[in-house]
Design a protein around this ligand. Structure first.
Ligand code: RB5
Length: 147
């Protein structure tokens, strides 16, 4: 899978580790994040990754900032993005199965690298279940103004 990955200055090291892990799993990570600790604005990264995922430049996205929250809030402002902050593997599995999340986010200041890798794997291994969950996603689309 092509996976768009973005991060702010709180997370270059964790991003590099996740990029390496994605390659080991046979995926193609595309780096939209920053590679230095110089202060930057997480909304810019969240928006860029959100737009890229919605435009089909990748199959899904991974966002990392200090908490995972700011960058996911920004991504979720892009129509069609369903970005979910995950700090555990159960959430990571369920956001794919039930919410068909197209982006997961986590915080480099919140979880360690092993938890982050497990979260990525749980999300990528899970499949959307459709059915009543699709009906609910359609309701989300209605809020966004889809017809
Ligand atoms: C940057 O210091 C920090 O605010 C950011 O990485 C993130 O945690 C925001 O939600």
């Amino acid at each position: 899978m092509k996976i768009i990955i973005g991060n702010d200055h709180a997370a270059p090291e964790m991003k590099w580790e996740i990029v390496k892990y994605l390659k080991e799993l046979g995926h193609e990570p595309i780096n939209f994040g920053v590679d230095s600790r110089e202060s930057c604005n997480y909304p810019d990264i969240g928006e860029k990754v959100g737009r890229a995922v919605v435009n089909g430049e990748g199959d899904c996205g991974i966002l990392i900032c200090g908490t995972g929250v700011g960058i996911s809030i920004a991504a979720n402002k892009v129509k069609g993005v369903r970005a979910a902050v995950c700090s555990d593997t159960t959430t990571a599995r369920l956001v794919k199965q039930h919410n068909n999340a197209n982006i997961i986010a986590f915080g480099a200041r919140i979880i360690g690298i092993e938890a982050a890798k497990d979260i990525v794997k749980a999300y990528l291994d899970a499949e959307f279940e459709g059915g009543r969950h699709q009906d609910r996603i359609n309701l989300i689309h209605a809020i966004e103004g889809y017809h």
